[in-house]
Write a protein of this length. Structure first.
Length: 70
């Protein structure tokens, strides 16, 4: 999903937020906690990465990966 797809999200009653699948989101696809959080908050993911199909940037695992890449 691209940043301009916010229009699609709005028109579809936020279906994209509700139906996102953590299995397709890395690193969530291999995380043992993914069943509990479902890749965290899609709104924060969209704000940070421009896609609801990204992990929540406030996840401690994702945060560690971001810090390692800097």
């Amino acid at each position: 999903m691209r940043l301009d797809d916010l229009k699609v999200i709005w028109r579809n009653g936020f279906r994209s937020f509700r139906n996102r699948n953590y299995v397709s989101i890395k690193p969530c696809s291999t995380c043992p906690m993914a069943d509990l959080c479902n890749a965290g908050c899609p709104a924060r993911a969209f704000t940070a990465f421009g896609s609801v199909n990204s992990p929540d940037p406030y996840c401690p695992i994702v945060g560690r990966l971001i810090n390692k890449s800097r």
